[in-house]
Design a protein around this ligand. Structure first.
Ligand SMILES: Nc1ncnc2c1ncn2[C@@H]1O[C@H](COP(=O)(O)OP(=O)(O)O)[C@@H](O)[C@H]1O
Ligand SMILES: CCCC(=O)OP(=O)(O)O
Length: 358
């Protein structure tokens, strides 16, 4: 019988660090460590949260009953790196240097490789990242913008989009590589990808101001008005970034990123709140329809996933807009810890070659 692997999975998000203990691809234990805003506000940067999150992981792991020495591998969500193809990557020094220097930007997922490597080094075990947020499988035409200085960057929920696409493929008993899918991840940020024969050939950059607005991101805004706003406010780089990600979208309009609170306000009769909420859903629908263009409308299925896929209001409204494109399947929440374990397992078992970050 093949050996079973014990794997620690780590998924750092902006407000939480999710960890899981897997025996092969089967979850044995998991925990969502919540970091409230006050707790994280004392750190000057995302990288400065490293030791704090590492201590929390070690503390929580003690409750799992699994000691650090029992793990065969450590695997984390990968952050803002150079653009790469989808797959499992060994964590190496070049990757860690890019993350430590935030060479390609800052996001909580940058901490994933740093945390996994630290634990793996202590235990002399391998460490990986899987489908980092910079997976780039875009069609060449998708990269060009109307300003030669500005190239489209592919930054999205690659790990969950790929995991859900594989889950859908299993459900319909067809190989992922033969399907054409639109996957919409509706979380704090929103990404809508067109998956064609196993590649995400088009997707909005869910971090940097492209796509539908979301609970906390501005999405696409008219460029001239945004430039004017920056001139008027004379903001530093950090504040500009926050206007786009963190303090955009529902947070900017309504002061909350929690759609359950938004829906309570609508139920209580607030029509202004309803207009903003309906506008977000309308924008999501428009970007889903746009994602059908690269494949001339020949889409097998649309998958809706992420925390907001729990909302009956959103699913009902969205389905009315988009069901003309293809059958819609709903996968509330995300499957990232399991996807990490599966990615590590494929290379540990030798089913897939481990990729090298160069
Ligand atoms: N059970 C639920 N019902 C409705 N909305 C939910 C539910 N769970 C999460 N959400 C909403 O999903 C959004 C966050 O998505 P999620 O995928 O959990 O976050 P993140 O992108 O930060 O991982 C929030 O707006 C939250 O209010
Ligand atoms: C950084 C791109 C993916 C993304 O937006 O992740 P979160 O929604 O977890 O911030």
């Amino acid at each position: 019988m093949a050996m079973a692997y014990t794997i620690l999975t780590i998924n750092p998000g902006s407000t939480s660090t999710k960890i899981g203990v897997y025996n092969d691809a089967v979850e044995f234990w998991s925990e969502k460590i919540i970091h409230d805003t006050g707790e994280l506000s004392r750190f000057a940067s995302v990288n400065a949260q490293y030791q704090h999150r590492l201590d929390k992981i070690k503390e929580k792991l003690r409750h799992s009953g699994v000691g650090l020495s029992e793990f065969d591998a450590f695997v984390a969500r990968g952050g803002l790196l150079k653009p790469v193809m989808g797959g499992t990557y060994a964590i190496n020094e070049g990757m860690l240097a890019d993350l430590r220097e935030s060479r390609y930007g800052t996001h909580a997922s940058n901490l994933g490789a740093l945390l996994a490597q630290s634990l793996a080094m202590e235990m002399h075990k391998p460490a990986f990242i899987v489908d980092p947020v910079v997976v780039d499988e875009l069609k060449p035409v998708a990269r060009i913008t109307g300003r030669p200085e500005i190239k489209k960057r592919s930054i999205f929920h690659a790990l969950n989009q790929k995991a859900i696409a594989h889950r859908l493929a299993n459900q319909v008993n067809r190989p992922y590589e033969e399907l054409t899918l639109i996957v919409a991840h509706l979380g704090g940020g929103i990404s809508v990808g067109c998956h064609n024969k196993g590649r995400v050939i088009e997707v909005n950059n869910s971090l940097d101001g492209e796509g539908p607005f979301s609970p906390e991101r501005a999405g696409t805004v008219q460029a001239a008005q945004f430039a004017e706003l920056l001139f008027t406010l004379n903001l530093d780089r950090e504040r500009v970034t926050k206007l786009l990600a963190g303090q955009g979208g529902l947070v900017a309009h309504l002061g909350t990123n929690d759609v359950r609170e938004v829906e309570n306000r609508i139920t209580a009769g607030d029509d202004e709140v309803k207009l903003i909420y309906d506008a977000m859903i309308y924008q999501i629908a428009r970007f889903i329809a746009a994602a059908a263009v690269p494949v001339s409308g020949c889409v097998d299925y649309i998958a809706i996933t992420g925390g907001m896929a729990h909302s009956e209001y959103i699913i009902k409204e969205l389905t009315e807009y988009i069901s003309f494109i293809a059958p819609v399947k709903i996968f509330p929440g995300e499957d990232e810890l399991k996807a990490l374990a599966e990615g590590a397992l494929r290379v540990l078992r030798g089913d897939e070659e481990c990729r090298e970050y160069i």
